[in-house]
Design a protein. Structure first.
Length: 516
């Protein structure tokens, strides 16, 4: 009979995990045991064992576990962009802008695009490799979600929340969206935020109201370029005007806003691309909270592929893209997070363009050689730092800037180049929501470092549950009061509402609101 206790004792005593597994498999003439199998037999040692066995700690090093799911393939309302490889009519029969071989797309296909099954399978994967999933950030990918039928949108989000509420137990009977939201406020797996992917011309007050109803907190908009001639050349179907208006409506409603940008598009060049990135962080019409950079790739089945075959287009090389990203990173402000620098498209699907998967590291190497530093949020997060958090002294720093006609405050706890957490406070220009009349709005409160489950105390070796969030919240309230606001609102993740209730906030519409 297998004695997993013997293997567990050896691992806990400090023996090399891989060596201990090999010896165990030889002794019992079995395959090398998976971490998930070992954890099933861990009993009272589970917590200590998780810390040793946990794979890919980066999955929860930003303080939350991220679950990305995809909606089913559907045509874009405007037609098809020149570089776009996806859609139900493409050779891939995949969601718009995806080829169907990206990790999230593969999970979606395996689960027949069912939101419940996608969420459940991902939560299972994460727990099996030792991650806590108490704080779950949901990202809804798959193209222009806000252009889908409203009933589909409501069903999709409802079933995703249903999966969180059921986990890790058996499936329960279907309920209403409002009921699933209410249950999730105190569930074992709580939703701390929902991100929607969409296009700038599919953002208006009505669609924003629906995203708020669904529990949305963040929106990624496919900006791609801020040059009208480039947008026209790639048949994007919208201009810069729509980008600016979408950005304002979202911010004035409390959403975090991310831009997807595509350097190397037809009609642009290196100089224009670099100028574009400088402009989006200096022009108050833009200034996104986070950024995904997707250098243009040539994929079979696209109009861009035909242009490339005819010699009418040449994409950025790996070296050119790395150089450009290094230049961009050195100029990023402290209040933006660079989330990605390339697509997940497998190399064998790329006909021309970047074929190396380590573009971020290549850009970092260039920066190291030139003595440049990146000050973006991701590069300074406590969870990504090699420094001993327990020996750092954090101070509160306040930054203020204008964006979309309103005032933005980025208040953070920092120690040198290590960021413990921050709060984003906005004085909106023209909010359409009645809850936000004469109110300031907290668009984000985030504490970094390894995820600490709900109900547990933080230690001096982590940043969560140590009072940073409460102090940032108090400072946001003080700033708002000093500037003459009567109320302060928070666009809160569904599962974080209890946190705000304990601090004097009440649910009003989709927001948590407090009278000052």
């Amino acid at each position: 009979m297998l004695d997993f206790g013997e293997l567990i004792e050896e691992i806990l005593s400090g023996k090399d995990v891989h060596r201990a597994k090999i010896e165990f498999s030889k002794k019992y003439k079995i395959g090398i045991p998976k971490n998930s199998e070992i954890l099933k037999h861990a009993g009272e040692h589970r917590e200590r064992l998780i810390e040793i066995l946990r794979k890919r700690p980066v999955r929860t090093s930003s303080g939350v576990c991220v679950v990305a799911i995809m909606s089913s393939p559907e045509r874009c309302p405007h037609g098809k962009c020149v570089p776009c490889p996806g859609g139900p009519d493409s050779p891939f029969n995949s969601p718009q802008s995806y080829v169907g071989h990206e990790p999230a797309a593969l999970r979606a296909i395996q689960n027949n695009y069912d939101p419940y099954e996608q969420v459940r399978s991902r939560l299972t994967q994460l727990t099996e490799i030792g991650h806590y999933v108490d704080k779950c950030e949901l990202i809804i990918m798959g193209g222009t979600f806000t252009a889908r039928d409203e009933n589909y949108q409501r069903w999709f989000v409802k079933e995703a929340l249903h999966a969180m509420n059921d986990f890790p137990g058996e499936r329960t009977p279907e309920k209403s969206l409002e009921e699933e939201k209410r249950i999730n406020e105190r569930a074992k797996v709580r939703n701390v935020g929902i991100t929607f992917e969409t296009r700038p011309d599919c953002v208006d007050e009505r669609r924003v109201d629906l995203m708020l109803e669904l529990g949305g907190t963040k929106v990624e908009i496919g900006v791609q370029s801020i040059y009208d001639d480039v947008l026209e050349k790639i048949k994007r179907g919208h201009g810069v005007k729509e980008v600016v208006e979408a950005n304002r409506i979202l911010r004035d409603s409390g959403f975090k806003v991310g831009f997807h940008m595509m350097p190397g598009l037809p009609g642009s060049d290196r100089e224009r691309d670099l100028k574009m990135f400088r402009e989006i962080f200096s022009d108050e019409r833009f200034k996104p909270d986070f950024l995904k950079i997707y250098p243009t790739l040539v994929v079979r089945g696209t109009e861009l592929y035909e242009m490339w075959r005819r010699g009418e287009y040449e994409p950025l090389s790996t070296e050119e893209a790395a150089e450009l990203i290094a230049e961009i990173k050195r100029e990023l402000p402290e209040w933006v997070r660079l989330q990605r620098v390339q697509r997940d498209i497998p190399v064998h699907k790329i006909e021309a363009g970047i074929k190396k998967s380590n573009l971020r590291e290549l850009a970092r190497e260039i920066m190291r050689e030139r003595g440049w530093r990146c000050r973006c949020i991701r590069c300074r997060e406590a969870g990504h730092s090699s420094r001993d958090i327990s020996k750092l002294e954090f101070e509160m720093i306040e930054r203020r800037y204008r964006c979309c006609g309103g005032e933005e405050f980025f208040v953070s706890f920092e120690s040198g180049d290590v960021l413990a957490g921050y709060i984003r406070l906005r004085f909106p220009k023209k909010p359409h929501r009645r809850e936000l009349q004469n109110a300031s709005i907290i668009r984000e409160l985030h504490i970094y470092g390894p995820l600490v489950p709900f109900g547990r105390k933080g230690t001096d070796r982590v940043c969560q549950h140590r009072g940073f969030g409460e102090r940032l919240l108090r400072r946001a309230e003080e700033i708002s009061k000093e500037e003459g606001f009567d109320r302060i609102a928070v666009i809160s993740g569904i599962g974080v509402r209890e946190y705000y209730r304990k601090r004097g906030y009440e649910l009003e519409g989709p927001y948590m609101v407090k009278e000052l």
